[in-house]
Design a protein around this ligand. Structure first.
Ligand code: NAD
Ligand code: TDX
Length: 332
């Protein structure tokens, strides 16, 4: 039986992971989360009290982190400032959390000899051309574009250096774009689903040609658990489910799933520095650790996600008006 410390467990992917771990293993989970605008305790409702506890706090708070890491068998580090658009308008919190927060955690993990898994993103590799025959692999050079992705790249490099210089017992995973329940309404898919619920037309940045490689959050969780159990220390694993789609097609599928005409969307101002395409080659994870994604039908997954937002309006409604007001200021 393992005691896991999950940072950022009140956010989108972290909360999905906590639900997944508690229903698929006997592990005990402690969540450490600052409850920023992106954290929501409602995402952690109904979990078994004997195997779950929540601590509100900052991953950059060294004494708190030291105490929690000292009593954990493994740390799974999801906490981050995660939204590219926010990073373009106010980068500072991205440095504080993604860089200093990660540094604080790995210092504690090295002191206590604790197993550490660092969650990262494919965005550290920059972007690909639409017709590039090659996808990202573990060997692709780092080339991040935004304040968000550059701080995630920095945090990955810190973890790699701590492995090499101090023998930190760490693995790293870089995953593609996630979708599923509990995702904040600032993000692309939930923003458009909740717009349609509100009778507002979806907003596509620029021409909508940009490609993202979609994976269901549960498939991300199963991959992380696999790496935690079987991954080789010091290794990086790319996580992806062969889910490439351009943004225009995703909006059209959302409109279809929600009974609207396929062209009922608007084009808005593009994101500065907008990465064109991400695509993951997850051969290493599949071959070496035997992982497989379970959600192969993106359209069905999207329909289920749209239904989740219809059924859980009380979860997202409090964030919607403020999020849209911020986008409006930016012409988006
Ligand atoms: P999110 O913004 O939904 O959640 C982040 C969580 O971290 C929130 O609960 C927030 O309160 C918490 N947090 C922020 N700063 C903190 C701090 N200083 N101390 C403690 N807690 C803090 O993010 P997400 O989309 O769930 O992403 C989680 C992780 O997965 C991030 O590391 C992100 O880079 C990575 N990732 C995300 C995606 C994606 O598609 N969303 C894809 C690949 C990797
Ligand atoms: O209203 C929108 N319209 C639009 O066209 C929004 C919010 C986004 N977009 C576009 C921008 C991207 O091409 O949709 C795509 C997805 O946008 P986001 O949901 O903001 O995700 P992205 O920038 O791709 O980053 C996400 O995946 C990688 C997560 O937010 C990151 O945390 C993760 O690292």
């Amino acid at each position: 039986m393992q005691r896991l410390l999950v940072t950022g467990g009140a956010g989108f992917i972290g909360s999905n992971f906590v639900h997944y771990v508690l229903s698929h293993t006997d592990h005990h989970v402690t969540v450490l989360d600052k409850l920023t605008y992106a954290g929501n305790l409602e995402s952690l409702k109904g979990l078994p009290g004997q195997r779950f506890r929540f601590i509100k706090g900052d991953i950059a708070d060294a004494p708190l982190v030291d105490e929690l890491v000292s009593s954990a068998d493994a740390v799974v580090h999801y906490a981050a400032e995660s939204h590219n658009d926010n990073s373009l308008h106010n980068p500072r919190p991205f440095l504080d959390t993604n860089i200093i927060g990660t540094y604080t955690l790995i210092e504690a993990a090295r002191k206590h000899g604790t197993r550490f898994h660092h969650i990262s993103t494919d965005e550290v590799y920059g972007d690909l051309e639409l017709d590039d025959p090659v996808r990202f692999t573990e060997q692709t050079p780092y080339n991040p574009s935004s304040p968000y992705s550059s701080t995630k790249a920095g945090s990955d490099l810190l973890v790699r250096a701590w492995v090499r210089s101090f023998g930190l017992q760490a693995t790293i995973s870089n995953c593609s774009n996630n979708y599923g329940p509990y995702q904040h309404v600032e993000k692309f898919i939930p923003r458009q689903i909740t717009n349609v619920i509100d009778g507002v037309r979806p907003k596509l940045y620029g021409k909508g040609e940009n490609v993202r490689d979609w994976i269901h959050a549960d498939d991300h969780s199963s991959a992380v658990l696999t790496i935690l159990e079987k991954g080789r220390i010091g290794e990086t694993y790319l996580i992806g489910a062969d889910g490439e789609k351009d943004n225009k097609s995703v909006v059209e599928l959302i409109l279809k799933a929600m009974g609207q005409p396929a062209d009922a969307y608007d084009h808005v101002v593009d994101r500065p520095g907008h990465d064109l395409r991400y695509a993951i080659d997850s051969t290493k994870l599949r071959k070496e650790l035997g992982w497989q994604p379970q959600y192969q039908d993106f359209e069905a997954g999207l329909e289920a996600t749209a239904q989740w937002y219809r059924d859980n309006e009380a979860w997202w409604r409090p964030q919607k008006a403020e999020t849209e007001a911020k986008y409006k200021e930016q012409g988006q």
